[in-house]
Design a protein around this ligand. Structure first.
Ligand code: ADE
Length: 225
C-alpha cells in the first residue's frame, strides 16, 4: 500500500511513522508513506496556500490551485483508490472504514488548515471525507496520523500475530473482553480462576460473554448497528 499525505506541516506528522508498528511496516515494505508540502506547489513569491473568504468572514481558506497541482502531479504517476480530506464534518472514522481502506493500493490524504479548503476542492477532487471525532483540531495532520495508524496495522503481515487484529475491540461491533497476565494474584487482586484451567471452549465462551457485557454497559449503541 502507498499513502501520499499532503500537508503544510510535514514535521507534525513524521514521528508517528518513526516508531513501533508503523516503522516496522514501512521497513518491511508493507506500506510506503510519502509527504508532500503544499508550499512546493504554489505559484507566487510568498508561497501562499491560503487567502481570505469571498463574501467576508473570519479565517483563511486553503486555495484550490496548489492542492489541484499537487494532486494532479500524483495522479499522473499512478491511479488512486481514494483521495481523502480530513475534516471535522466528514464521516466519523470507524473500524469498518479502516478495514476497507487497508485493502486499497494507493490513497491520498489531504490535511486541512485554517477554516478549511475551498469547496471546489471537495466538489471536484476529493472522493471521501473523514473526521476522527466530534471536536475540532487545529489541522488535519493529527487526524491523518490516527487514520494511518488504524489502517496500517490492519494490512496483512503488519501485526506479528495475524489473528490479533481480528480480536480487537470493534471488529465484530463488540468491545474486547478483559485481559490478564502474570502474576495470578497481586495484592489479593485475583485473575479469574477459569483462565488457568486450559479449558479453551469455556474460556472462549467467557470472553464472548464478557465482551457482550462490556459492550452493553459502555457502548450499547454498538449493539444496535
Ligand atoms: N481537522 C480538524 N478537525 C478534525 C477532525 N475532528 N477530524 C479530522 N480532521 C480534522
Amino acid at each position: 500500500m502507498r499513502i501520499d499525505i499532503i500537508t503544510v506541516l510535514p514535521e507534525l506528522l513524521k514521528s508517528p511513522f518513526e516508531a513501533s508498528i508503523l516503522k516496522r511496516a514501512i521497513e518491511a515494505g508493507l506500506v510506503e508513506i510519502h509527504f508532500h508540502n503544499l508550499r512546493d506547489y504554489t505559484t507566487d513569491n510568498y508561497k501562499s496556500i491560503d487567502d481570505t473568504q469571498f463574501g467576508g468572514g473570519a479565517g483563511m481558506v486553503m486555495m484550490v490551485e496548489p492542492i489541484d497541482k499537487c494532486i494532479s502531479a500524483l495522479k499522473e504517476a499512478r491511479d488512486y483508490d481514494e483521495i481523502i480530506y480530513m475534516t471535522p464534518d466528514g464521516e466519523t472514522l470507524k473500524q469498518g472504514i479502516a478495514n476497507q481502506l487497508s485493502l486499497k493500493k494507493n490513497i491520498i490524504i489531504l490535511c486541512g488548515h485554517y477554516k478549511g479548503v475551498d469547496q471546489r476542492v471537495r466538489d471536484h477532487i476529493i472522493t471521501r471525507e473523514i473526521s476522527i471525532g466530534d471536536y475540532v483540531l487545529s489541522g488535519g495532520e493529527l487526524g491523518a496520523a490516527v487514520l494511518c495508524d488504524a489502517v496500517i496495522r490492519l494490512i496483512p503481515g503488519v501485526l506479528g500475530n495475524e489473528t490479533s487484529a481480528l480480536t480487537d475491540s470493534f471488529q465484530d461491533n463488540l468491545l474486547a473482553p478483559p485481559i490478564y497476565t502474570k502474576p495470578r494474584d497481586y495484592k489479593g487482586w485475583k485473575v479469574p480462576e477459569l483462565l488457568f484451567g486450559g479449558n479453551f471452549p469455556k474460556i472462549e465462551k467467557w470472553r464472548e460473554e464478557q465482551a457482550y457485557k462490556r459492550t452493553k454497559e459502555r457502548r450499547p449503541d454498538l449493539l444496535d448497528d
